[in-house]
Design a protein around this ligand. Sequence first.
Ligand code: DGL
Length: 265
Amino acid sequence: MNSQPIGIFDSGVGGLTVAKGILEALPKESIVYIGDTARVPYGTRGIEIITQFATELVQFLLKHNVKILVAACNTISATCLDKLQENSPVPVIGVIKPAVLEASKTTRNKKVGVIGTRAIVNSKIYEKEIAKLDSEIEVLSQVCPLFVPIAEEGMGNNGIAKLAASQYLDVFNEINIDTLILGCTHYPLLREVIQEVVGIDVTLVDSAHPTARDLKAFLEENNLLNAVGDVTKQFFVTDAPERVREVADVFLGCHVVPALEKVTL
Ligand code: DGL
């Protein structure tokens, strides 16, 4: 048993969708979240810079005495998870493997689509991880950079989102996918329009729920669950806390961000 908090980090507010999944699956756990809103987006940057920024987020969370770290950002998970794992004294879990496992179990026709940021798609991480599980699965990846600002502006369900979705996602109709991985923390906020464009027969897989499930299993297996009653939720950002407060509820769903603090890394 272990009452130390779970550390969750992301390039900005998107990781709150993963935090939401974790809070739902593990309501008795304390969490510390940090979003690097001063330097978001990471998805357009090179691997070295992403690694440097992610390392700083990890160091911040380690100072908060976390028992485990969750890289709640597909871009970080795709580019430097192994480096973070090598250098961390506590376990580090990413969001890609859990989603890949879920998609490989979901697909029936072995045709899986992936959507993500440029860094994610360029890394070919989903293709590599899916091939490890089942080399017969065909993967088609598509970059959807406009989805991130659309989600952050709270426009995930309007005409602009629909236009962007059909522009980006029509390509999937050509190969008849039956499963689509939402490979970016922001994309669950466009879930309805994405579903509309790809069709109801396509199963959408996001990272939040499979990651929360794997985290729970890991904590159980390693006897790391919190047995004490006290639960704390701390949220930190590196810039613009007022703006984050405005959008945080959308990303976190029913959970409100009680205290949000600006910090310098
Ligand atoms: N959180 C990031 C991700 O999942 C999206 C935004 C960014 O590009 O930093 O990749």
